[in-house]
Design a protein. Structure first.
Length: 323
């Protein structure tokens, strides 16, 4: 068989690499895979934008009874610094993240439009955990806080799978204390009184007063409940939205539990530790390294991706691994 026929035979048998993968020579690392997913997502977004009209439904369909929305206008640009109507404060939107690319592609342009329409200066930080430990939402938020820079003066701890649908929701500077946007009366899933997850706004001063979040929560859940106790221990009062009449349809929840399982496993002493208050750790002892920092634009919306390598003391928290 000649060289040309051998190449054809390899193609027919599925040999060789797909064209997109050949853009990344050698062994693929986390960041090239991230860029590859974004590239595929851009193509999908372009197709969706071309397929809808100003009067038609938006991509994504219905979620939990929420009506479809019309195609959004192009994302507005950030204002010049001297534009007084946007106010003096700047929000750091901190988004803990790992391998949820389709949700990210919807989240970044949506939130950029939402906040820009409300004239809120903002910077979106995607806190991408690229180590081999279990997911640690609280530590990622601590890292995002430390890396967000001095040009932002308050933060939003924001889940990537939760989109605000009601334009009256307040994302402004929470001077009076922590402001829980995704309150139990509005969140589609969590309705207990001490819940402060989903979307929570704090000034940077108040977050430091709490010493941030505990770094001991590896896997899904409980870090918000511990943070509620920190808020109370710092003498702060949680405030929540008023006058919002859309109830459990105030947010669009993108998470599909049928195909995306949560890491709810409890290993060894973790079963007891998850209910304790961490009185020692937080901002003061989070251990991490920034592998890379990249500014991206998703469908015209700017964001910064921080690829974060968390570190774990397996003597202190052996449940940070699956072993």
């Amino acid at each position: 068989m000649g060289p040309a026929r051998r190449r054809d035979a390899l193609r027919l048998r599925g040999g060789g690499s797909p064209p997109l993968l050949r853009l990344f020579p050698g062994r693929l690392s986390a960041f090239p895979l991230f860029l590859l997913a974004l590239l595929l997502g851009f193509a999908s977004l372009l197709w969706l934008q071309l397929s809808c009209s100003a009067e038609g439904p938006s991509p994504g369909g219905q979620h939990r009874g929420v009506p479809r929305q019309p195609c959004p206008p192009p994302a507005p640009l950030q204002p010049p610094e001297e534009e007084a109507s946007w106010g003096p404060h700047r929000l750091a939107l901190l988004v803990p993240f790992r391998e949820r690319f389709e949700e990210l592609l919807a989240f970044v342009p949506y939130m950029h439009r939402f906040l820009s329409k409300k004239r809120i200066r903002h910077h979106i930080f995607i806190l991408n955990q690229v180590d081999h430990f279990r997911f640690n939402r609280a530590s990622l938020i601590n890292v995002g806080f430390l890396e967000s820079g001095n040009d932002t003066d308050y933060i939003a701890m924001h889940d990537v799978d939760l989109l605000p649908l009601n334009e009256h929701l307040d994302y402004s500077f929470p001077e009076a204390g922590p402001f829980h946007v995704a309150s139990p009366e509005l969140h589609p899933l969590y309705h207990y009184k001490t819940y402060v997850g989903g979307i929570l706004l704090l000034t940077k001063q108040h977050y430091e007063l709490c010493n941030g979040m505990s770094n001991r929560f590896w896997g899904w859940g409980r870090e918000d409940d511990e943070f509620y106790r920190r808020i109370k221990g710092a003498g702060l009062q949680v405030r929540r939205p008023s006058g919002i009449t859309t109830g459990y349809e105030t947010f669009q929840h993108l998470h599909d539990p049928a195909w995306r399982k949560r890491d709810q496993k409890r290993i060894a002493a973790q079963k007891q530790e998850q209910f304790k208050v961490d009185r020692e750790g937080g901002l003061n002892n989070v251990r991490y390294r920034i592998e890379s920092r990249t500014d991206l634009s998703v469908a015209g919306a700017p964001c910064t991706v921080l690829n974060i390598l968390l570190d774990c003391d397996t003597d202190e928290t052996p449940w940070c691994t699956f072993g």
